[in-house]
Design a protein around this ligand. Structure first.
Ligand SMILES: Cc1ncc(COP(=O)(O)O)c(C=O)c1O
Length: 468
């Protein structure tokens, strides 16, 4: 038995994996990873995989990055953890100062949690609580976009709209207001991204006009709806949304958990709209993909609404045990150093251009409806019928065939339904991008050539799922 097989058997005897139908592993091998280096992951049998999705969108500077490793090692010898209530430490102060300086103006306070979903919970709770502390008791609801994803905890699922993840739990979810997404894949033929996103804002305007007195906040994934299939839209929508939120006295929550730290071509997506949200949620690449941590930045105005004598009971009494963990802060500080020292945002422009040129031919593929890109995120949408953009039935799991082909060829491409995408570490080389494009092209050929027969189940979710 190979070492891979041996670890796989031991794993499958005791583990329950995330976002997985475990029965799939009766056919689909699980891949035990022994080590990582740069863009590569290596399994126990010595096979290497190019991590084209940055291990669920977190790893921006490669695995086992020597600069991040060293910073964590140094921190480990000083302080591994201390509770953050009543206590503080150097890396959390330094990181907070740097985040406040780096993010758009007005975001002056940082609250930490230990993953993206709980960061979202904090932003939602703080918004609700702010209005309560301000005597606006009716403001209790949240507005969200269709096809959005904000995480897996119950409130985060409530503001999400990817049916496969949320439908089962509907009875548990908050009652939110859903507004059609500005997703430009769905724009009328010949219309620009900007015009489509601007036009789609009319729905948001109408919802806010009707409901603003009961709305606490609008939450969006700026520019890219990630788990919803890497659907993209124009920054004009964010600009219009900021203006409307001000007009209607509604908070604006930017969930930049997936897109923050350079993914869209600017350090933060909101920069492209020239706006500051009331809450900015960051996670994933914050620690370079090393350790779980989220940061929720907000304004001094928000903060002051909680600042009072204890007896008024206005404080935000929310805590997670590992809030502000020093090792995670050290990883984040090292990550920010690399951004500053290596001029990463500028250097990424050439890589993004290479991603575009290496995949341009796929736009002509008979089963590709669109190749779209925002900065260092590129997505290829496979469809059954190109002219009408008719999607493949989700049960056919076409993306899974791309996934399997890529693994054989030494790449980790994990499509979202029928959307194949690249979200690589920024340390990828132009040649490695070409390799990914080649593997994706082959995989798409294989996946779209085959006639797949499946028993279609009525009433099944029509939305994306992960993987294929
Ligand atoms: C936009 C967005 N928000 C929130 C989350 C949830 O983050 P986590 O998985 O760390 O809870 C994700 C995760 O993919 C995400 O993409």
């Amino acid at each position: 038995m190979s070492l891979n097989d041996s670890w796989m058997r031991r794993d499958l005897a005791v583990l329950w994996h995330p976002c997985t139908q475990m029965k799939d592993h009766e056919q689909l091998p699980l891949i035990p990873i022994r080590r990582g280096e740069g863009v590569w992951l290596e399994d126990f049998d010595g096979k290497r995989y190019l991590d084209a999705v940055s291990s669920w969108w977190v790893n921006v500077f490669g695995h086992a990055n020597p600069r991040i490793n060293q910073r964590i090692k140094d921190q480990l010898d000083q302080l591994e953890h201390v509770m953050l209530a009543g206590f503080s430490h150097q890396p959390v102060v330094e990181l907070s100062e740097r985040l406040v300086a780096l993010t758009p103006p007005g975001l002056e306070r940082v609250f930490y949690t230990d993953n993206g979903s709980t960061g979202i919970e904090v932003a939602l709770k703080m918004s609700f609580h702010y209005w309560r502390n301000s005597g606006r008791l009716r403001k209790q609801r949240f507005v969200t976009l269709t096809n959005s994803y904000h995480g897996e905890t119950v409130a985060a699922m409530s503001v999400g709209d990817v049916a496969l993840f949320t439908d089962t739990y509907k009875p548990l979810l908050l009652d939110t207001l859903k507004v059609p997404s500005p997703d430009c894949y769905l724009r009328p033929e010949g219309m620009s991204w900007e015009d489509h996103s601007r036009n789609m804002f009319a729905h948001m305007e109408q919802t806010l006009a009707e409901h603003h007195e009961e709305v606490a906040a609008v939450i969006v994934e700026p520019l890219i709806q990630g788990a919803g299939g890497m659907r993209m839209y124009h920054p004009i929508y964010l600009k219009l949304l900021r203006e409307a939120c001000d007009r209607y006295e509604v908070h604006l929550i930017h969930d930049e958990i997936a897109v923050g730290f350079g993914r869209t071509g600017t350090m933060f997506a909101c920069e492209q709209a020239g706006i500051s949200p009331d809450f900015l949620c960051l996670s994933k690449a914050l620690t370079g993909g090393y350790l779980p941590m989220a940061a929720v930045l907000t304004t001094d105005r928000l903060y002051q609404a909680f600042y009072d004598d204890y007896s008024t009971l206005r404080a935000f009494l929310h805590s997670h045990t590992y809030t502000g963990n020093p090792l995670a802060c050290a990883a984040a500080l090292a990550t920010l150093d690399i951004f500053a020292e290596d001029n990463v945002i500028e250097a990424n422009k050439a890589l993004a251009a290479r991603m575009a040129s290496a995949t341009a031919h796929l736009a002509e593929h008979p089963h590709v409806a669109e190749v779209r890109q925002t900065g260092m995120a590129l997505a290829i949408e496979m469809v059954q019928d190109k002219a009408s953009k008719t999607a493949y039935p989700w049960q056919e799991r076409r993306g899974l065939q791309v996934y399997q082909h890529a693994l054989e060829r030494g790449a980790l491409l994990r499509p979202l339904g029928s959307v194949v995408y690249f979200l690589p570490p920024y340390t990828i080389t132009p040649e490695q991008i070409d390799f990914l494009a080649e593997v994706a092209s082959e995989g798409i050929d294989i996946a779209t050539r085959a006639a797949v027969s499946v028993a279609l189940q009525p009433g099944a979710p029509s939305n994306f799922h992960d993987p294929g």
